[in-house]
Write a protein that binds this ligand. Structure first.
Ligand code: ATP
Ligand code: MG
Length: 324
């Protein structure tokens, strides 16, 4: 039996080049070696208010982008989290073995709590739901961006605690980070991770941005006061643009951009990004041309993974002694 892979994206905002280089690209690369499940995690998205109509559209758009980015729906299962009731059910069972202190320690929680006056319980609890997303499929490999490493450690801690309290129930998942692009930074502020939830037109390159928009955003990206690229001493803005370019086109090396004036360098970066995104955008248009296609993919995904989820929930309930 092939090892199982699980990962997900929240259907909130517009998917960006960080989501692609940190997650989707490696999903597409490794999917054939494993039994892969890729999730549109709408229950995570609603930890902050989402316009209901927009959210239901974003779910389908995200699924279409998975396929456009190279996920093969004939081989991998593409699933909407809320279509599988076991995610929320298992999250409760796992909540009951999770010390509150573990959740307060999460840096993402701390960062979000600092920014907001009042904070929803969902923001605190969301890493437990994420643990449930992974453990419910007994996934052994989880390809994510670097920002999710801490949540994956927590997932392992929760699994270990459950297994030691109630007996071996969950497979221990390993984190899989891409070698390049595990943490893409914002174009407007290279000290902040590029995020869907950050607004501001110059922050992120969306996967569906047209070439002109991409050129403009990269031309305006924050750099530093140096005139030209010094490969041994790149400021955070230039280093981020280089990472993006190299991940999009590996023939762009430090050597190949050494001494380039920033204006020319940015044009080269934009060219690499546009070339990388063009076939993705073409596929996106093709898969969304027939509206019922995405719904059929999601229904097939659900049908494939539902029995796995039901099995794990039943096993977990039996282990805990609750009524099944
Ligand atoms: P949000 O602001 O809504 O949390 P996000 O951009 O962080 O949006 P998620 O849906 O939370 O996107 O994450 C989806 C996947 O993309 C995860 O595997 C995450 O690690 C990865 N990812 C997110 N941002 C980046 C980034 N800037 N660089 C690399 N990978 C990223
Ligand atoms: Mg995120």
């Amino acid at each position: 039996m092939k090892a199982r892979v699980l990962s997900g994206v929240q259907p909130s905002g517009q998917l960006h080049i960080g989501n692609y280089l940190g997650a989707l690209k490696s999903w597409a690369e490794i999917q054939s070696q494993y039994e892969s499940i890729f999730c549109i995690v709408d229950l995570h998205a609603i930890t902050v208010y989402q316009d209901p109509k927009e959210l239901s559209e974003k779910i389908r758009e995200t699924a279409a982008l998975f396929i456009a980015a190279g996920i093969d729906p004939n081989h991998s299962s593409i699933v909407v989290q809320s279509a599988i009731p076991g995610h929320a059910e298992l999250a409760w069972l796992l909540t009951c073995v999770t010390p509150l202190g573990w959740l307060y320690r999460m840096t993402q929680f701390k960062a979000k709590a600092e920014k907001q006056e009042t904070i929803g319980d969902g923001i605190l609890q969301y890493p437990v739901l994420m643990a449930a997303d992974i453990l419910i499929y007994q996934a052994s490999i989880v390809p994510v961006g670097e920002d999710q490493s801490q949540h994956l450690e927590l997932t392992r801690d929760i699994a270990q605690r459950f297994n030691s309290l109630y007996g071996e129930t969950f497979v221990m998942p390993a984190t899989h980070l891409p070698t390049v692009g595990a943490r893409i930074m914002g174009l407007d502020d290279p000290t902040q991770k590029m995020s869907k939830s950050v607004t501001g037109t110059g922050h992120a390159i969306a996967l569906l941005d047209d070439p002109k928009t991409i050129q403009k955003k990269i031309a305006r990206a924050t750099t530093d006061s140096q005139p030209a690229v010094d490969p041994d001493n790149m400021g955070p803005g230039i280093a981020n643009l280089f990472t993006i370019a190299h991940a999009c086109d590996p023939s762009i090396t430090k050597q190949s951009v050494a001494g380039m004036r920033y204006g020319d360098f940015k044009k080269r970066v934009a060219q690499a990004v546009i070339a990388r995104l063009e076939p993705i955008q073409q596929r996106y248009r093709a898969v969304t041309a027939e509206p019922s296609y995405i719904d059929a993919v999601l229904a097939r995904g659900k049908e494939r993974v539902l029995p796995i989820a039901q099995d794990t929930v039943a096993k977990t309930k039996r282990a805990m002694g609750v009524y099944t």
